[in-house]
Design a protein around this ligand. Structure first.
Ligand code: FE2
Length: 381
């Protein structure tokens, strides 16, 4: 199916003439994961990823049905939420999907207008515009459904001066591991089922005014066994980028198909977080127990011929398994964690951009081969 959306160049002054501005987005406000044990997940993200304690909501703040821990590192906020009762939508989500991303919250000037603009263009409402207030001011939130059971919540917080949102109190802890240098969310990837990529590309174009910036097809990204197709959607100012993947036909099971099978449907595959110094960030995370995908040493043999001159010492990159890719504007360094949950579903990407605007297309092949070795170990290839 043709979407009729033109590919648009990225990285120049006027980022996307194609993107429409009926939905101005200031950035990612927070990402909320539904998890089986929020207290222990929070400890993991503090210890292993260098997040800091920010806020808490639960019995002590008058919330009876769920507990949420909010963590922060520079501009990134993670909310980890667990249910306190044996039934209800949070339980159902965890039961079906395992731990995973429920909410990709977007920071807006006007959450009511964001909801009206998107629902009038066909979005299914998740939450009508709702004003929440306490002694520190008020927040207005609204929400719409996206792929799978994932939702977008629009957060308007210009009139709020509290720690996070009404209903939360500051979370003070004596345990405060150093940050590892994670700065902001660069992009978040959605995996959707066979034949669904263009449906969701259309959704982001029509409902949210995004433009398509990159396409990969199965000729770009495939190994002997598995393949995927991917299109990248971005909002007008380039702060919000959502690649959408669907499986493609291969001799054996695609990693996207494996995700869909274990997540029981579409969902967020990875959160890419930016750093200014990937070597320092990745070595700190490794020291703290984060597992990264194995990159074969042979990947580095022809690195210079693929990407040309780079500032980094190839031996150092090889030691840390850091991947490099170049586009017409510069290059990028990236690395992927193994899944951070028990099912082979959600993982993180660490990315450092040195001028490049793209997503590491040249590394997909290497990444795929690395992931297939992992799939082989799990017996799910
Ligand atoms: Fe990515």
């Amino acid at each position: 199916m043709e979407t009729g959306i033109k590919n648009v160049r990225y990285g120049t002054d006027k980022i996307f003439e194609e993107a429409e501005d009926f939905l101005p987005l200031l950035g990612t406000d927070y990402v909320e994961l539904y998890v089986g044990n929020a207290k222990q997940s929070a400890h993991f993200y503090k210890t292993a990823f260098g997040f800091q304690s920010l806020a808490y909501a639960g019995l002590e703040t008058g919330v009876k049905d769920k507990t949420s821990y909010v963590l922060q590192q520079d501009k990134i906020r993670l909310v980890l939420t667990t249910p306190m009762t044996p039934d209800g939508p949070i339980n159902e989500h965890i039961n079906k999907h395992g731990d995973g991303v429920k909410v990709i919250a977007l920071w807006v000037e006007d959450a009511t207008k964001a909801w009206e603009e998107t629902t009038s263009r066909g979005a299914k409402s998740f939450m009508e515009p709702t004003r929440e207030e306490d002694g520190d001011g008020y927040v207005v939130r609204s929400g719409i459904h996206t792929y799978g059971e994932t939702v977008h919540i629009f957060v308007e917080r210009n009139e709020y001066n509290g720690i996070f949102m009404p209903g939360y109190k500051e979370w003070k802890s004596h345990y405060n591991p150093e940050p590892v240098g994670l700065k902001y969310i660069d992009h978040m990837v959605g995996n959707v089922d066979w034949g669904q990529m263009n449906t969701w590309v259309d959704f982001y174009a029509k409902v949210m005014g995004f433009a398509q910036i990159v396409t990969f097809d199965d000729k770009d990204i495939s190994t002997e066994y598995t393949a995927l197709m991917s299109k990248v959607m971005s909002n007008g100012n380039g702060r919000i980028k959502f690649p959408i993947n669907e499986p493609a036909e291969g001799k054996k099971k695609s990693q996207i198909e494996e995700y869909i099978e274990f997540y029981k449907g579409a969902g967020c595959q990875h959160i890419a977080v930016a750093t200014d110094d990937i070597v320092t960030t990745v070595s700190a995370m490794r020291d703290r127990g984060v597992e990264f995908l194995y990159v074969p040493n042979t990947y580095y043999d022809d690195l210079k011929s693929r990407v040309g001159e780079i500032d980094e010492d190839v031996e150092v990159l090889k030691e840390h398994g850091i991947l490099v890719d170049r586009d017409d504007e510069g290059y990028l360094l990236q690395l992927f964690t193994k899944p951070v949950v028990d099912r082979p579903t959600m993982f993180f990407e660490i990315i450092q951009r040195k001028g490049a605007w793209s997503f590491g297309k040249g590394n997909f092949q290497a990444l795929f081969e690395a992931i297939e070795r992992e799939q082989e170990n799990r017996g799910t290839l």
